[in-house]
Design a protein around this ligand. Structure first.
Ligand SMILES: *[C@@H]1O[C@H](CO)[C@@H](O)[C@H](O)[C@H]1NC(C)=O
Ligand SMILES: *[C@@H]1O[C@H](CO)[C@@H](O)[C@H](O)[C@H]1NC(C)=O
Ligand SMILES: *[C@@H]1O[C@H](CO)[C@@H](O)[C@H](O)[C@H]1NC(C)=O
Ligand SMILES: *[C@@H]1O[C@H](CO)[C@@H](O)[C@H](O)[C@H]1NC(C)=O
Length: 189
């Protein structure tokens, strides 16, 4: 009897762990775009759009006034502030680590796991999907990435419920050009 209950509990806990491993569902809460150098980039648009109760999307575009030839780097930093209300004063803490990515090299050999995952999220929705130089592009954009699509791809990443931010900064020739911050909430598990 006791052992049957034990088995049942074990099974329930295991189901719980499966949900935790596979059921990450996120919702975008905000996105901000900033040009760090108005002589090289201009924010065209940058917004979260509600599509339905549980579905929203992000689109953004920077016009680039100078071509990005080489030494293109992207910094990623994932932060969290747990499950406090999004309206409280922010108190972001690093979650994982800061990553500095050589974008020109990345597109040649996809060497970085976290970067590979981030670019997988926006695959098919961005024009920044090939190696340097970026001479033909006069803009950088991310178009209509939905939370449901990202949730489908994020499965397997152990992220507790709560509020998160992914800060990204793009630099060329060691000078910051644009800073894009993505804010999202993990609703389940
Ligand atoms: C998004 O962030 C911007 C800039 O910090 C802020 O002005 C705006 O109120 C935020 N929007 C939401 C829905 O939180
Ligand atoms: C979008 O949906 C969220 C969550 O339901 C809500 O808090 C927010 O006010 C909505 N934004 C707009 C612009 O309707
Ligand atoms: C980059 O993305 C665009 C838009 O989704 C697509 O048309 C193009 O084939 C992609 N290029 C590469 C090299 O993947
Ligand atoms: C960028 O900074 C790194 C380290 O600070 C330095 O080694 C490199 O020469 C710089 N590159 C340019 C193009 O200024």
């Amino acid at each position: 009897m006791g052992s049957a209950v034990g088995k049942l509990l074990g099974l329930l806990l295991c189901l719980q762990c499966l949900i935790e491993l596979h059921g990450v569902f996120i919702r975008f809460t905000n996105v901000t775009c900033e040009s760090k150098d108005l002589s090289s980039s201009i924010v065209e648009y940058c917004a979260v759009t509600n599509l339905s109760k549980n579905k929203n999307s992000i689109r953004l575009r920077y016009t680039m006034l100078k071509p990005m030839l080489r030494n293109v780097e992207v910094y990623f930093q994932l932060l969290t502030r747990g499950s406090e209300s999004i309206n409280t004063v922010s108190n972001w803490q690093p979650f994982l680590y800061t990553l500095k990515l050589d974008l020109c090299r990345f597109w040649k050999n996809h060497h970085n796991h976290l970067a590979r995952m981030v670019f997988e999220f926006i695959e098919g929705h961005t024009n920044l999907n090939h190696s340097c130089p970026y001479t033909k592009e006069n803009y950088i954009s991310i178009e209509d990435v939905t939370n449901t699509e990202v949730s489908g791809k994020i499965r397997g990443v152990p992220m507790p419920k709560g509020f998160y931010a992914l800060f990204t900064k793009l630099s060329t020739e060691n000078i910051s050009r644009v800073q894009t911050n993505f804010y999202f909430e993990v609703l389940s598990p």
